[in-house]
Design a protein around this ligand. Sequence first.
Ligand code: HEC
Length: 173
Amino acid sequence: MRLRPVTWCTVMVGAFSLWAALRSDAQESLRGGTQTEEEVKEAAKQPYANDLGSDTIDVSSYPPQMQRAHVLFSQKCSRCHTLARPINSQWATAVFWEHYVKRMWRKPGSGINGAEAKQIWEFLVYDSQVRKLDHREVFKAFRRRLLEEFRQRYPARFQELYGGAEEDAVRLW
Ligand code: HEC
């Protein structure tokens, strides 16, 4: 059987998605399964390269519905870490955002309900299209700079998060 390039792409994305999900779930179970609200707050303080970028988005040209969803996103996704974390993330497609929004929503003390999670997910998919996927190379170059700065400032954390997978951390998923 021969797979077309598009099919291969889907397989690869699926494999990475599974790997990322399993890796973070394994990290969670190492910490003892279900985290308490306090443990979540502590875990959220661990830095990501994303955190070094801007924590605001100019949504003035976005449709009204997306501007409303942006307000919700700003309120709900800044409770445990800065908004820079999702804004400068390498996650950009519907599949990946579904995984991460669900993951955040299920954390104890998230203060997010199902309807809000869906609106935030729609916002992230729209925003990632216009700001990241439509300017793929520019965004990748930006991620590269963030990662380099992060490597210099937090060498151990850099190794833990991105060691050996730097290119995966630069490209959009
Ligand atoms: C209850 C606290 C909490 C809330 C609310 C929260 N997060 Fe997080 N977030 C975390 C923690 C803790 C981590 C560290 C990694 C992990 O545990 O998944 C994290 C990590 C992340 C990451 C980095 C994950 C990676 O591997 O690249 C992204 C992106 C993210 N959050 C997006 C969001 C979005 C989008 C929202 C709003 C829907 C949100 N967060 C709301 C606690 C929270």
